[in-house]
Design a protein. Sequence first.
Length: 370
Amino acid sequence: MNSRPSPKPYIMGIHAYVPGKSSGSDGRPLTKLSANENPLGSSLAALEQLEAPRGFASGAAPYPDPDSKDLRDALGALHGLDPARIVCGTGSDELLNLAVQAFAGAGDEVLFSCHSFAVYDIAARRCGAEPVEVDSRNLAADVDAMLAAVTNATRVVFLANPNNPTGTWLSPQEVRRLHAGLPDDVLFVLDEAYGEYLAPEYQRVGFELAAAHENVLVTRTFSKIYGLAAERIGWATGAPHLIDALNRIRGPFNVTTSGQRAALAAVGDQDFVTSSREHNTAERGKFVEVIESLGNHGLRATPSEANFVLVHFDGDVSAKAALDALARAGFAVRHLPSQGLPDALRITIGKSEDMERVAACLRTLCGEAS
């Protein structure tokens, strides 16, 4: 007889999510290029809201708006969406987990491409569903392979676009083709955490699918381009019955008052979003050129549409050696053996001066003059 409570077996099958490091093995603080945060910080308008008094003698006493109404209204106005078809969450992570919890369980399957966001596997296992990892093509989701993997037990299909940790991207045509091939009773979750880093003309496909179909949920976050990761704010849009299901099981006061206010101000400062996207595009391009110049040493970069680059080490310089060298130079980046990429590092695009130092470190490691 058990003498203590025992977790469900499927819970014990979960490998806990490991966040990007911000310090070295000796505890020394490092410049963090391991979590895909915005190196430009946050909109000044958002920061002003975080610093503003709340108008109460005890500022933390009242509960936040449980429905994040003002924020949903602003998101609806910005993206041309019905606010009633929007739900906010504690980061998009909460909403990804709730989507599986609402629509899958024991005996069901949750399908996603290999080398994609680690939370998908966790979300499936935490409710007893079976995670199904589908082979990718050139480190991008393979639409034909994913459709071939769908069975009568499939209940949820995840697609990260752009994908984390590879930075790869499916065109709107391929996203539509994937959705069109799915049964109507399968929930298609389009995770667009890095969506704002795409050119604006490519950012609408998820919203258009969610508005036109009853089995599409699109998630976004304020943690990446908006630079509000510390406040944990995400949101999703989809058909009314999808939003209703998530509202039934989400935390009742899941987005803080300060988070709602900061996100509302951030939505109003699209100039900051544009400048962040332009900075990322320029610095990412320069960094990829450096990696390509080191190709004779076995370095190569997966083409990226996100705010990071996946760098492969296929020659004499190993990913582990580069990880250690960058740490000695003062930088934390992400090594990915647990996601099937032991010979690669995911490097967030940082400030210009940081990327120059990272490039110099890699050149030196390869025996090239900086």
